[in-house]
Design a binder for this molecule. Sequence first.
Ligand SMILES: [Zn+2]
Length: 56
Amino acid sequence: MPVDLATLARLQGRACITCGSTEYPLTPAGHVETTSCGAVLPWAVVACPDHAGERP
Ligand SMILES: [Zn+2]
């Protein structure tokens, strides 16, 4: 997953991982991993009500 500012908001659990919505309630949606300079970074992500239970 490429990381830009919009994606970063999702990765940080501040917006739905699927659509970027900040509509509450945002619920935990597991983790995604990004790779930076060979290091794998796990992120706890959230999903809006429409996307809760879906994987990115
Ligand atoms: Zn969503």
